[in-house]
Design a protein around this ligand. Structure first.
Ligand SMILES: C[S@@+](CC[C@H](N)C(=O)[O-])C[C@H]1O[C@@H](n2cnc3c(N)ncnc32)[C@H](O)[C@@H]1O
Length: 196
């Protein structure tokens, strides 16, 4: 499963897959960093020990309004921090897929999943610019401190839109007097073009 030649090439091209100094954080710093970013004590206690490597820069699950039974995709899942949080929300009827291009991250996340028996979570070795998922197969896409690392962000968003079942966008456009006004019509035109 981990023997994917193009990923291995990219691995050596991208020596450091992380974006923040906390990637190499001292032991114990992970919790401090995560709490400052927006994770509660309850969040951190609800996930397998080791899943939080202090690599996050936000708490996407807080904004995702996840419901029981939904399918969630985490782009750049690392050791599975947000996948496990999302899995607790979508329950046994739901499914969470974590994508990461680093074999060591996938290995670690899989070990934690198996240790804590998260049967509704799976991890896939892949690049977020080329998702190994079918069109319209995911309810919610989350990502935490990863898209900024991608050399092809357009492709990441194109792929996310491809796999999403439903896209709802509200948009704002600047008007001439510098106030901001809602631009739902433009958004809905774009959405219907993407998801006919
Ligand atoms: C800063 S860490 C964040 C990990 C996780 N989201 C978290 O908050 O703990 C970035 C992760 O994204 C992965 N990554 C970076 N670029 C990627 C890409 N183009 N495709 C897939 N994974 C990528 C790295 O291997 C690493 O695990």
């Amino acid at each position: 499963m981990h023997d994917v030649p193009h990923i291995q090439q990219n691995q050596s091209a991208r020596k450091n897959p992380c974006c923040v100094p906390s990637c190499c954080a001292d032991a114990g710093l992970e919790e401090k960093v995560s709490k400052e970013i927006g994770y509660s004590q309850e969040d951190l206690e609800a996930i397998p020990e080791g899943a939080n490597m202090g690599l996050c820069c936000g708490n996407p699950v807080t904004y995702a309004s996840l419901k029981e039974g939904e399918t969630v995709l985490d782009l750049g899942s690392g050791a599975g921090l947000d996948c496990f949080l999302a899995a607790n929300k979508v329950g046994r009827a739901g499914r969470v897929i974590g994508i990461d291009m680093t074999p060591d991250m996938i290995k670690k996340a899989e070990e934690l999943r198996n240790r804590e028996q998260y049967e509704n979570v799976e991890f896939k070795l892949a690049e977020i610019e080329c998702l190994p998922l079918a069109d319209n197969s995911v309810d919610v896409v989350i990502s935490n401190c990863v898209i900024n690392l991608s050399p092809d962000k357009k492709e990441v968003f194109r792929e996310a839109l491809r796999v999403l079942k439903k896209v709802i966008m509200e948009n704002l456009k600047a008007s001439t007097d510098n106030s901001r006004e809602a631009d739902s019509s433009a958004a809905s035109v774009k959405v219907s073009a993407i998801k006919p």
